[in-house]
Every structure is written in C-alpha cells, then in structure tokens.
Design a protein around this ligand. Structure first.
Ligand SMILES: [Zn+2]
Length: 136
C-alpha cells in the first residue's frame, strides 16, 4: 500500500476541472483495502466503495473482473478475485470505472444517474443536467 497512483489519478482528474464546478473535490472513494492471500486477492472494503459510488455492486464487480481478466466471487461486503493482483491495478480499474460510469462529461460532478432512452442508456448529471451515452 505504499504507492498512491490512485490518488494522483484523481488529482490529475481534478486538475482538468474548472475550479467553480469542482464538486468532486469533496467526493472521494475510499482507498481500496486490498489483501493478497495465497492465490487470491480480496477487496475487503468493496461494500464501502460501492456505497460511495452509489452504483449497482454487481455492475462494478463485473467491470472489475472483465478489466482485470479474472473471475472471482462476491461475498456480502467483500470481493474475492482469483490470482494475485497488485493493489495498484485495482485502484487503476476503480478509477476507470469512476471516469466511465460516474463522472459527468460536462462538469465532472459525481452526482449522476443512469437513465434509459429508447435502447440507449445515458448517464444523466444531477448537477448540470448534461447527458452522455454509456455502454453498460
Ligand atoms: Zn454535470
């Protein structure tokens, strides 16, 4: 847990946000609590992370599995993944999830919801009203 790439990723994201619109300033995901045990990797605070994301836990879980190219299982508040996965990669992938499925494309606010329009799913921002298509 000695490196802070996840943190610098968020810092970089913040740098691109116009100052007055930066509501993600106060919104921060908990640092993933990753433990490697034998040949599996456990995210011990997955429940806290999805609470903060306010997203369907299974969607986040499946995204992680796909991105990391592994399988695993979900238990209550924890996720177990096969293989020894460096915590840095898990932080990276969670950061990607946030950029792809949470932050508004216009103002970068995290207060967004999925809405259905015809057959497309849109990410709608509660702060500025902007929408952008997302592929779930
Ligand atoms: Zn917005």
């Amino acid at each position: 847990m000695a490196d802070f790439d996840y943190e610098s990723l968020l810092d970089r994201a913040r740098d691109n946000i116009p100052q007055e619109l930066s509501s993600s300033e106060r919104w921060k995901l908990p640092e993933p609590d990753v433990m490697i045990e034998g040949s599996q990797t456990i995210i011990r605070n997955f429940g806290d992370i999805i609470d903060m994301m306010d997203r369907d836990g299974n969607h986040v879980y499946h995204f992680l599995q796909n991105e990391l190219g592994t399988s695993g299982s979900r238990e209550d508040r924890r996720v177990l993944l096969k293989g020894r996965i460096p915590p840095k990669r898990i932080r990276e992938k969670l950061g990607n999830y946030v950029k792809t499925f949470i932050l508004c494309g216009q103002c970068n606010a995290p207060d967004t919801r999925f809405i259905k329009e015809d057959r497309t799913t849109l990410l709608k921002c509660q702060a500025c009203g902007a929408t952008r298509p997302v592929r779930l």
